[in-house]
Ligand binder design. Structure first.
Ligand SMILES: Cc1cc2nc3c(=O)[nH]c(=O)nc-3n(C[C@H](O)[C@H](O)[C@H](O)COP(=O)(O)O)c2cc1C
Length: 186
């Protein structure tokens, strides 16, 4: 495989990894797409909470009462989209979601690392419920907390540049190694 394509892969995933703690990175807030019960695409912004470079996994947190939790329960296929305006790089990843609710070790561990302010955001009424029906918080929010682990199968890398846009398609093996990479027309 061409060295440049391998470098592109490492570089893209390093950018994602660095974006976890860099709140002004273009990739700190990503767009996560699901398919709803009617087969319609649904997208929303989520915070990138963690990256496993070797396994090709992105970590997101959410409220298990939100529609997306139900949607991923019915259909694990997901798309993640990010754009960094500073570098004019778009990353579009396709893969699938595995869900971990508060009873899991993964969610327990993630919950313990959250600030109490962030924990409080889960101790409110369910996302999308009517404000008039808003119930008072009855717990500390932990029961509503869930972790979404997105495992990437492919990366569509697209670099805008004055001298010519570039685009590459990269595919990953189940264990995370780069399986193939090729240039495609932007
Ligand atoms: C900047 C920003 C960051 C957000 N981060 C998250 C997040 O990390 N997790 C989350 O579940 N929702 C997050 N949201 C809210 C979602 O975009 C969405 O409105 C909410 O989760 C309901 O989505 P759903 O109805 O598709 O389940 C964020 C919204 C904004 C504007």
């Amino acid at each position: 495989m061409e060295k440049l394509l391998e470098d592109i892969d490492i570089n893209a995933w390093t950018k994602l990894k660095n974006a976890v703690l860099t709140t002004d990175s273009g990739f700190h807030f990503l767009t996560l797409g699901s398919v709803d019960e009617q087969g319609l695409p649904q997208i929303r912004i989520v915070v990138l909470r963690g990256v496993d470079l070797l396994e090709r996994v992105l970590e997101f947190h959410t409220d298990i009462r939100s529609p997306k939790w139900r949607e991923f329960g019915n259909n694990p296929h997901a798309t993640v989209l990010g754009y960094c305006p500073q570098t004019r790089l778009q990353l579009r990843l396709q893969g699938s979601i595995v869900m971990y609710d508060a009873s899991s070790e993964i969610a327990e561990h993630a919950w313990d690392k959250l600030s109490s302010r962030t924990q409080q955001t889960y101790a409110v009424a369910a996302p999308g419920s009517d404000v008039v029906n808003e119930a008072k918080a009855t717990n500390n929010g932990k029961a509503s907390f869930g972790v979404l682990l997105f495992k990437a199968d492919s990366l569509d890398w697209c670099q805008l540049a004055r001298e010519g846009n570039q685009r590459a398609m990269l595919r990953y093996r189940p264990e995370g190694k780069l399986a193939s990479a090729k240039w495609v027309n932007a």
